[in-house]
Design a protein around this ligand. Structure first.
Ligand code: SD4
Length: 340
């Protein structure tokens, strides 16, 4: 496993600049204690270093945004939402939110979900023209009696919340779709170089875990196809007493093996985060041919342990934690979690 270590002193300085001289993110965390939301299970909380992990290169800016949110008084759930929104808004990424590649009929349809340490969950799937589907999923979790809203119903709820109608198909993605229509026959497979769903897991200073996942799904999928990313237990699962897991890659393989739930259950039975990800990958490899599909799992234990593993090479994730040598800075690493 190669580790590319990067420091984010500049970011820490920027955060400090935003809230006044002498600020440290730890002081902000102390202040944030007053904003703690109601919890029914105190045993799921502990003190420790906050940690955030997110899939792929865009996990780096996502985690930075997550820690910025934490520094401003946010919880683990806020870290997840802040991180997701950065990536959803980035039009250069073609697998999440704005700029996502469309389905085979030319529609950008999004899937997202979120889960907290108390097993609250919210999800939206097959949603169009919503710039921040993970925020919508959070609203489903917090404001409705349901877990999942789909398609037109989810869009209707977004309008009720005054979320703007946001066309998400960029010129670049439209061009890629037109090229694909000329050159390809549809096949639900993922090129191992092209899968950038963001799955995020965060642990805050109180030991509260949260997770999220947001994607435009497999490029050029059938209209109406929903992947693993909004399915609680498949693309994401969090148990506040154990840990969380998220998946990226071909959703069909993840759904058939209920991958993220499996990772967390293996951790419950004593597996380390890394071992659990490896076993979940092996379950897929035992169950189906994998030459043409990629799946990667990322896990974060309640104790702050981290694991990641994938079927093929190329899977990486970002890991951010406070720098043990400088309480004003966050250290970010991009970790290669390829099986190879
Ligand atoms: C899906 N799991 O829709 C998503 C795609 C993905 O990185 O993860 N891409 O199947």
């Amino acid at each position: 496993m190669s580790v590319d270590r990067r420091n984010f002193l500049r970011r820490a300085t920027a955060i400090a600049a935003g809230v006044g001289v002498g600020f440290s993110w730890q002081q902000a965390l102390a202040r944030s204690n007053r904003k703690e939301y109601a919890t029914t299970n105190q045993s799921q909380e502990s003190s420790g270093a906050p940690t955030m992990v997110s899939t792929w290169n865009h996990g780096m800016p996502a985690n930075e945004a997550g820690f910025e949110s934490l520094a401003n008084g946010g919880t683990a759930l806020d870290m997840i939402e802040a991180g997701a929104r950065i990536v959803e808004a980035d039009s250069t990424g073609q697998s999440v939110g704005l700029g996502g590649l469309p389905d085979r009929d030319g529609f950008v349809t999004l899937d997202a979900c979120i889960m907290d340490h108390m097993q609250n969950a919210g999800s939206v799937c097959f949603v169009q023209n919503v710039a921040h589907p993970l925020s919508l999923a959070r609203k489903v979790m917090e404001n409705t009696p349901h877990v999942m809203l789909a398609g037109a119903g989810a869009e209707q709820y977004a309008r009720e919340l005054n979320m703007p109608n946001s066309p998400l198909l960029t010129e670049a993605s439209k061009k890629a779709w037109k090229k694909w229509r000329v050159e390809s026959n549809y096949a639900p497979k993922i090129n191992i170089e092209n899968h950038d769903t963001i799955g995020l897991l965060a642990l805050d200073q109180k030991g509260r875990l949260a997770g999220g996942c947001t994607t435009s799904g497999v490029a050029f999928k059938m209209h109406g196809r929903v992947g693993d990313s909004p399915i609680i237990g498949a693309g994401l699962y969090v148990d506040g007493a154990i840990g969380g897991a998220t998946a990226t890659g071909l959703g069909e393989a993840v759904m058939k093996t209920v991958g993220s739930f499996l990772v967390v259950e293996l951790m419950r039975q004593g597996a380390k985060a890394q071992e659990a990800c490896e076993e979940a990958v092996h379950r897929i490899m035992k169950a189906m041919p994998v030459e043409n599909l990629q799946v990667g799992y990322l896990a974060l234990g309640k104790d702050g342990s981290v694991g990641g593993h994938a079927i093929h090479s190329g899977f990486n994730y970002a890991l951010h934690r406070p720098d043990p040598e400088d309480s004003n800075s966050i250290v970010g690493q991009l970790i290669d979690a390829s099986n190879g």
